[in-house]
Ligand binder design. Structure first.
Ligand SMILES: [Zn+2]
Length: 70
């Protein structure tokens, strides 16, 4: 019986684009993780922890990579 392979796909969400300020479907993201927290994240055994759980981590949402460039 063939198994369906499920890829980890980024959920299509609508957020305010940092580039143009419009609420659009996010296709591009930029993560900012504090160096100290990043170290904790890497060395920590709990690798299942999402980046969203890291205090101080922020994400910028863009509707396209073009908005991210500006
Ligand atoms: Zn945009």
């Amino acid at each position: 019986m063939p198994r369906k392979q499920k890829r980890p796909v980024v959920e299509p969400i609508r957020r305010k684009c940092v580039g143009c300020g419009k609420v659009k479907l996010v296709t591009y993201r930029e993560w900012y993780i504090p160096p100290v927290e990043k170290e904790t994240f890497v060395s920590g055994a709990d690798s299942r922890k999402s980046r969203l759980d890291i205090p101080g981590a922020t994400v910028r949402n863009y509707c396209s990579s073009e908005c991210a460039v500006t």
